[in-house]
Design a protein around this ligand. Sequence first.
Ligand SMILES: [Zn+2]
Length: 465
Amino acid sequence: MKIFNTLTRQKEEFVPLEPGKVKMYACGPTVYNFIHIGNARPICVFDTLRRYLEYRGYAVNFVQNFTDIDDKLIKKANEEGITVKEVAERYIKEYLTDAEGLGIRPATYHPKATENIDQIIKIVETLVEKGYAYANNGDVYFRSKKFKEYGKLSHMPLEELDAGNRIDVSEQKEDAMDFVLWKSAKPGEPFWQSPWGKGRPGWHIECTAMIQKYLGETIDIHCGGQDLIFPHHENEIAQAECCTGKEYARYWMHNGYINVDNHKMSKSLNNFFTTREVAEKYGYEPIKFMMLQAHYRSPINYSVDVIEQCRSALERLYNCRNNIDFMLGSAVDTMTEGEEAFRKTALSRKDQFIAAMEDDLNTADAISALFELARDCNSFFTQPRSKGVTQFAAALFDELSDVLGLLYNRQEDSSLDAEIEALIEKRQQARKNKDFATADAIRDQLKERNIVLEDTPNGVKWHQA
Ligand SMILES: [Zn+2]
């Protein structure tokens, strides 16, 4: 597989450190609020990356953290008169609800910053010992300029990065470029004991601590949103590589931004949407589809039109897949005309799908391949086909949509399907027995539930209006 590596700015062949195994890490949410649709993008994209790597036979150890201590959590806790821990617990729960709705599989580990304070202190101590960090009045800072490769991920010369930094009067830094590893506790803030007094970790250090603890000193893939390249990921590299003397992450993947109606999402523009709000209106799966129908590095422009289009595109895929199931009911035992050619075409769609995913996770082209498969199926299954080829089409459809993490709401559908099919069967029976009163009653019952019946040469078909 080829991956565009932010570090080298090139597509590179992916070669894991250990054959057959992938260690990957994604920066997770700061749990002080509901996640917005911009936050949902890396969650969807990198879940699909993990699914694809597993599909290709890798054992993937995937870690995604929860930032459960920082200024925003403290502010929220003070506003609501509850503890920081309560804020974190509430929004981790809400995150998990959204993730489940989006069909995201839980990571191998979801560590929390507050549960890894020992590891964090250990790294900061090592950095102080090695002269890369210094304590000042209970704060500990990292000497960015001492790390000669500082800026290698963002590809910015030091002077340029420097120009954007100003020393905040409240800070005790030697240099504007330095960043905080450990913060002394202000009155009323949660704190932990440390060699530098009571305090709490800075943001960047937690990811490095969790990576070292759960994945080791060097990992294969580190991913996150583009907005994290600088300073977060740049700082992660500096502190980690100065601590261990080893390469931190071999491939860096970053997803693009989400704009709303062609504007950058921001609270001041009032075009800020939580995933929950959008899901309540349109469902979760169209959001997932929207994230995957674009290349992960391209920007996405969210609008009502776009999400509606995603919803109807998904519906076409569901209809096709449901039709294959329907055709299984009238499948025959012998091969019908054109089956070999159909199988060949369908398998070429699979090749097309894999080629797209191999090319830097091009989910946009992979989805196109799935739609072409759907078109092939729609024109092929207009008459009863052999059981073998019908099952083959269903399995291939499921295989590809599962790699993307789409069409995951079919299970719920199938209990509804069974119930409605039973009613249709009962109605057919009643008609056969000339019991028209029962047949009409069932028809009305179905109509009430917006089920539309359609008589076809292959039996009664139904769909929800
Ligand atoms: Zn991080």
